[in-house]
Design a protein around this ligand. Structure first.
Ligand SMILES: C=C1C[C@]23C[C@@]1(O)CC[C@H]2[C@@]12CCC[C@@](C)(C(=O)O1)[C@H]2[C@@H]3C(=O)O
Ligand SMILES: O=C(O)CCC(=O)C(=O)O
Ligand SMILES: [Fe+2]
Length: 362
């Protein structure tokens, strides 16, 4: 990052850990920050060792787009070590974290939520994204030695890759998809070249949590995301018109359905809109493993799920192409890869003028 970029960054983004009163630039209107629904049914919790796990996953995908998993075989010590590594990183002095700041056009490094540009107010969070080896970043953050930071990240990525593949097959299996139906997986269903990003999110305690927003409502552009949310609540998912809190369960992991599963499943399973809230007393940390397909693969509705009555709803896209669309159109990105425009309640086609790929139906 150039010195000029660093100055612009410092000007806009404050060290949240030292602020005693919520600045106006972080105060969201009550409309944006609408409260959560009370008395809602809880998000499904699925024991991966249950012989009916696939059926439960199918139900959770159809009705929620999110579920928690237990008995997932990720050692609790690894989850604890990952959380401790995240806390160690975010507790570094602000100036030190800035040494590993994400460049303006870059993906990895320290920075504010990259969706910030779509909102008039700033979010009460800081993040660290890793897509490749953690060593270069660790060297900048801890020039005297980073302890076991890199080992923990590498072990975590390896284990999350295995778990993501296992959960992906439960999701696809629940739609009747077999190993041979996915060309980019080998006979065992493994995806050797799967791409992924690790996103560490830090939400410092906030002097006015009811007016602040940790991470604004979004869907993930992934096949699926596995989130370790520590023991402090904050994650909420949209259900109907309200927001439901995903209660932290010790040792459980949250699985979010991403936009690419929505495309693959031809809309049978929708990605879940979610957000993170903050609180007055606790510093919350979350670690998201964002799982996607190999970079050369074009994701399209699976042919087994389409026919004359159910034509493909989306055109084929690679993950990086889709991330580009998301960076430009954010929560409308799926509409921009859609082939058949959805019909609105009024019976008219909801045609976006920008969406030149739409074939209007109905
Ligand atoms: C692979 C990716 C998905 C992501 C953008 C990124 O290039 C790296 C970070 C990811 C993340 C994490 C926080 C929420 C999110 C919307 C964001 O701003 O950065 C996601 C992006 C995404 O899923 O679109
Ligand atoms: O912190 C959380 O609970 C949510 C994080 C998240 O949605 C993400 O990293 O994509
Ligand atoms: Fe997310």
């Amino acid at each position: 990052m150039s010195l000029q970029q660093l100055d612009a960054f410092r000007e806009k983004h404050l060290d949240l850990n030292s602020i005693k009163e919520l600045p106006e630039s972080y105060a969201w209107s009550s409309e944006d920050n609408c409260p959560s629904s009370s008395n809602s049914e809880p998000v499904p919790v699925i024991n991966l060792k249950d012989s009916n796990a696939m059926k439960h996953v199918g139900y959770a995908c159809k009705t929620w787009g999110v579920f928690q998993v237990t008995n997932h075989d990720i050692p609790i010590t690894l989850l604890n070590n990952m959380e401790a590594s995240g806390r160690k990183l975010f507790s570094l002095p602000f100036q030190q974290k800035l040494k590993a700041a994400r460049s303006l056009d870059g993906v990895s490094g320290y920075g504010v939520a990259r969706i910030s540009s779509f909102f008039p107010k700033l979010m009460w969070s800081e993040g660290f994204t890793l897509i490749d080896s953690p060593h270069q970043h660790a060297q900048k953050l801890w020039p005297q030695g980073s302890g076991n930071f890199c080992d923990v990240i590498e072990e975590y990525n390896k284990e999350m890759n295995k778990l993501s593949n296992r959960v992906m097959w439960l999701i696809l299996g629940s739609l009747g998809i077999k190993k041979g139906d996915i060309k980019w997986a080998n006979q065992e269903g493994e995806i050797k070249e799967a791409c992924a990003a690790l996103q560490l999110n830090s939400y410092p305690s906030c002097p006015d949590p009811d007016r602040a927003m940790g991470l604004a409502a979004h869907t993930d552009s992934t096949l699926l995301t596995i989130l370790h949310q520590s023991n402090t609540s904050g994650l909420q998912v949209q259900r109907g018109v309200g927001w439901v809190t995903v209660k932290p369960i010790a040792g459980a992991l949250v699985v979010n359905i991403g936009d690419l599963i929505q495309i693959l499943s031809n809309g049978l399973y929708s990605s879940v809109l979610h957000r993170a809230m903050v609180n007055r007393t606790q510093h919350r940390l979350s670690v998201a493993y964002l799982y996607g397909p190999p970079s050369n693969v074009r994701i399209a509705p699976l042919s087994k799920l389409t026919d004359n009555v159910h034509p493909p709803l989306y055109r084929p896209v690679t993950w990086s192409e889709y991330l580009g669309t998301k960076a430009k159109h954010f929560n409308k990105a799926l509409l921009f890869v859609r082939l058949c425009a959805p019909i609105t309640m009024s019976g008219f086609v909801d045609a976006s003028t920008d969406n030149h790929n739409s074939v209007l139906v109905g």
